[in-house]
Design a binder for this molecule. Structure first.
Ligand code: MG
Ligand code: MG
Length: 250
């Protein structure tokens, strides 16, 4: 069942979203060659707890960290570690927080130093997939319009759209109904309604869409070792259109 949020609940989710947005913006500024990724995790946890909030991922289904950190061929759910960032790394940071019982979830992919042309192109296209998908998150559309938009943009570049992981509803739980796939056909699926809050998260591979999970039972990597990028926002559907809860207020 898809739960619709009240305006008051969306206001709380906005506060959770802003905390995640601020945290990711701060982390982006800290990224530099030589930094162990566990340091980013430590900074994120400290900032979230300092705000009186709870890291949403830590302990979720046994996940051990505040952030998912996925580098290069890692798609999602990578572990922060002593691994140091290297020039040209394509770095995905996924962060969630709980504020007053409500979850927020967002991810960015950032460059470490200067990227290859191929990595720049993947990053730009994946971000565009999310930007254009957000515009579909409005009353009058149907769920698959979101994924159709992502798939059309990504596949036009010859990229692989990851099918093993999907976006999701979000609210009092991190993952609520409905699932939000990054593919689909126009004008199919449930109708979008005011009060739905969706985490839309294109995961796009430079090569094949096929992914596998490493022996740590979490880290997903591309089967062909090609690069992967990931962007995510939590978005509320309002009468006025999509309200991106995890976009940093100007
Ligand atoms: Mg996420
Ligand atoms: Mg998510």
């Amino acid at each position: 069942m898809i739960t619709l949020k009240t305006r008051a609940e969306i206001e709380i989710m906005y506060r959770a979203g802003q905390l995640v947005a601020e945290t990711l913006a701060y982390l982006k500024d800290q990224v530099e060659v030589g930094l162990p990724t566990i340091e980013l995790d430590r900074m994120a946890e400290e900032r979230i707890r300092a705000a009186g909030a709870i890291p949403a991922f830590k302990g979720y289904m046994g996940f051990p960290f505040t952030l998912c950190i996925s580098i290069n061929e890692q798609v999602v759910h990578g572990f922060p570690s002593e691994r140091t960032l290297a020039e040209g790394d394509l770095l995905s940071l996924d962060c969630g927080a709980i504020v007053d019982g409500f979850y927020s979830d967002a991810a960015i992919t950032v460059r470490v130093g200067t990227l290859s042309e191929a990595a720049e192109s993947l990053l730009a296209t994946t971000e565009r997939c999310l930007d254009e998908a957000i515009d579909q998150v409005r009353v009058g559309n149907r769920l698959q319009d979101i994924g159709h938009t992502v798939q059309t943009i990504a596949e036009a570049q010859g990229y692989g759209v990851v099918k093993d992981f999907v976006g999701h509803g979000i609210g009092r739980k991190l993952h609520e109904e409905p699932q939000v796939p990054n593919w689909g056909k126009p004008n199919r699926g449930p109708r979008l309604k005011v009060g739905m809050v969706l985490a839309v998260e294109p995961m796009i591979n430079a090569g094949t869409e096929k992914v596998r999970v490493l022996d740590d039972n979490w880290t997903a990597v591309t089967c062909d070792d090609s690069l992967s990028a990931h962007f995510e926002h939590s978005i509320a559907i309002t009468d006025e259109g999509p309200m991106v809860l995890t976009a940093l207020a100007a």
